[in-house]
Design a binder for this molecule. Structure first.
Ligand SMILES: [Zn+2]
Length: 75
């Protein structure tokens, strides 16, 4: 699964957002002296992660209980 995470200015300008580990921002933003921020993406990610994580957690919990019950009733 490839997640494309571009900063706000790269999104707006539709350019490739590339990072170097030591830099303060992405390479295209530093070159054009734009502010490198990923506020929009971060917000969305946190929101969707919370919801889906909780549902997935409950689902796996229910499945675990179901298999436990099945094992108990079988023996
Ligand atoms: Zn960028």
């Amino acid at each position: 699964m490839a997640t494309f995470r571009a900063c706000d200015s790269c999104r707006r300008r539709k350019r490739k957002c590339t990072w170097t580990p030591s830099a303060d921002g992405c390479t295209p933003s530093l070159q054009s002296k734009d502010e490198c921020a990923i506020t929009h993406v971060r917000k969305l990610r946190v929101k969707s992660q919370k919801g889906s994580n909780r549902i997935a957690e409950y689902k796996s919990r229910i499945q675990r209980l179901e298999t436990l019950l099945e094992e108990h009733s079988a023996t």
